[in-house]
Design a protein around this ligand. Structure first.
Ligand code: ZN
Length: 314
């Protein structure tokens, strides 16, 4: 009897360890802080920030936000009202990262100019983080464009290392910016009906993308890696981030911070991609293995959303 109880306990422990192992995790990273929207007035930026942070607090999302500091100045003067938007992120206990000053692409400007722009883009964020007893440590490439030659990538990696930065990669790529453009534009035109349709299509689209990245991960690794999501500090997320998060939870995801997600050993694989696009790290790793490693039929933005966005293609 005693032996069978002991055996049962062992089985329970093994089962619970296994169920922990298959738990899905995702880190939420938010780009282009403080806000990216067609409406650039302070009031709108405050409202979008407040709404995003309300969702982040109520859904307990350990998010990180990546800043473009050009938005924190009027002319060449610091604009404290804009900087206050970042203080709100820090007050909510969130981390901030560097996304360069101007949001230029490493694929279109020289490495030295790019590095200078990165350093220019850390001035205020570094100061705010230090006031919170924190160090600025993550860098996100604008457009996810990471350099057209291995020499540039290697030199830039050395630069990042020298300045204490870690690259923030992403697996869960998507076109939230196209949805947001459609959402902004239909709002600007007073077309509430279209705005509602765009909004209602957003989370189902993101779920189809997530399903795709789960399959891509399984194809590549035989398991699901810890996902890293990229979304933007935009209007549509200020309305739908809570619904988006609930979708993740419904699919069995636990929300983790970027540090935790990047502990997944998949992220130790190098990024050797030197093509022109800004693509998911899952696709970078897949391309290393050859075209057949890429899962076909990646979901697309619905036509009506693309049309309303003003973008010609994804
Ligand atoms: Zn960006």
């Amino acid at each position: 009897m005693k032996r069978s109880v002991a055996l049962l306990l062992v089985l329970l422990v093994v089962a619970s360890a296994q169920s922990q192992k298959i738990e899905r995790t995702i880190a939420v990273t938010i780009d282009d802080l403080p806000v990216v929207s067609t409406r650039k007035d302070l009031r709108n930026r405050q409202e979008i920030t407040q709404k995003l942070l309300r969702h982040i607090r109520s859904e307990h999302i350990p998010a990180i936000g990546f800043v473009n500091e050009n938005k924190l100045y009027s002319g060449d003067k610091r604009d404290e009202a804009q900087i206050d938007l970042l203080r709100m992120w820090l007050d909510a206990g969130l981390e901030l990262g560097n996304h360069t000053y101007w949001h230029w692409s490493l694929n279109t400007i020289g490495l030295k100019d790019y590095e200078d722009d990165l350093l220019k883009g850390e001035t205020i964020t570094k100061e705010l983080m230090a006031a919170n007893g924190r160090k600025l440590r993550y860098f996100r490439h604008p457009f996810l464009q990471t350099g057209r030659t291995m020499e540039i990538k290697a030199a830039f990696n050395d630069f990042l290392g020298d300045h204490g930065y870690t690259i923030a990669p992403i697996t869960f790529d998507n076109a939230d910016y196209i949805f947001s453009s459609a959402y902004d534009k239909s709002f600007d035109r007073g077309d509430r009906d279209l705005m509602k349709r765009v909004g209602e299509a957003y989370v189902p689209y993101m779920e189809s993308k997530l399903d795709y990245w789960e399959r891509q991960s399984k194809k590549l690794f035989g398991r699901e890696v810890s996902q890293t999501l990229l979304i933007h500090a935009n209007f549509i997320n200020s309305d739908y981030l809570d619904d988006l998060t609930r979708m993740f939870r419904r699919r069995g995801y636990r929300l983790v911070d970027l540090d935790t997600a990047l502990k997944d050993e998949a992220y130790r694989l190098p990024d050797t991609y030197i093509g022109p696009a800004g693509i998911s790290w899952l696709h970078r790793w897949a391309r290393e293995k050859g075209r057949e490693a890429i899962v076909p039929d990646e979901p697309k933005v619905p036509d009506f959303v693309l049309k309303a966005s003003g973008f010609e293609s994804e």
